[in-house]
Design a protein around this ligand. Structure first.
Ligand code: AMP
Length: 230
């Protein structure tokens, strides 16, 4: 059987609440590559009570960033696994320029293609509504929004009836800190990838299904132009 064609590793960039997580899941499923969310990995560690989880939990509850060494080590181990051989989508990583530089080095060392970053653009007001309205199914991880995408039955997942919960860091005071951490530390990443001509801008105000279609079309276009330039 022929090996699946590999795609450039994708990095989804944008403020918390821009829909990166939802889109990373849908696009990854359509492309047949894993979606890697560092936030989900930390939440999983915290739920299991591992050492890493205990360290990350306090930092996350303040809306601050976990240290670069911890997060880079965790990502390096994850992308070395066989399911990442044909590509992967990173969601929530890198968050700082040093993290992006270390990712670049990791990919170069293992002879993999460089990253293509996708930048999600959204207004501040919509971001706050998306974050305060976000609810996640405890069983399957499906994401809802009480304003934009409510479940059929209040507080229950449409797929499996699982309880819908609000993340501890989606409270308004923590949101303000998360958005300002984004401005300070993540915004420079956009310049980092733009300078490398490795940035695609998307208007993230569109409804989720429409946005997935646009993203897949953009990525196909990019792949075609990269192929014809080679
Ligand atoms: P997220 O689900 O991506 O919003 O991440 C939730 C929290 O996990 C963040 O507020 C950080 O505390 C931590 N976190 C996730 N990814 C990173 C990262 N790349 N660097 C540092 N901290 C991170």
């Amino acid at each position: 059987m022929a090996a699946a064609p590999s795609i450039r590793p994708l990095v989804f960039l944008g403020p918390p609440g821009a829909g990166k997580g939802t889109q990373a899941r849908s696009v990854a499923e359509r492309l047949g590559v894993p979606q890697i969310s560092t936030g989900d990995m930390f939440r999983d560690h915290a739920a299991r009570g591992t050492d890493l989880g205990r360290q990350a939990k306090a930092v996350m509850e303040r809306g601050e960033l976990v240290s670069d060494d911890i997060v880079v080590g965790m990502v390096a181990e994850r992308i070395a696994r066989p399911d990442c051989a044909n590509g992967f989508i990173l969601d929530g990583f890198p968050r700082t320029v040093p993290q992006a530089e270390r990712l670049e080095a990791l990919l170069a060392q293992s002879g993999r293609p460089s990253v293509l970053a996708v930048n999600f653009n959204l207004s501040y007001t919509n971001l706050v509504r998306r974050l305060t309205g976000r609810r996640t199914c405890v069983l399957c991880g499906e994401i809802y929004n009480i304003y934009f995408r409510p479940p059929k039955a209040e507080g229950r997942c449409d797929r499996d009836g699982g309880e819908l919960t609000q993340r501890a860091d989606d409270r308004e005071e923590v949101i303000r800190e998360r958005l300002s951490a984004y401005e300070r530390q993540t915004q420079p990443l956009i310049d980092f990838y733009r300078q490398r001509r490795a940035l695609l801008d998307v208007d993230a105000e569109a409804p989720p299904e429409e946005l997935t279609r646009r993203l897949l079309a953009l990525l196909a276009e990019e792949k075609q132009s990269a192929g014809s330039a080679a």
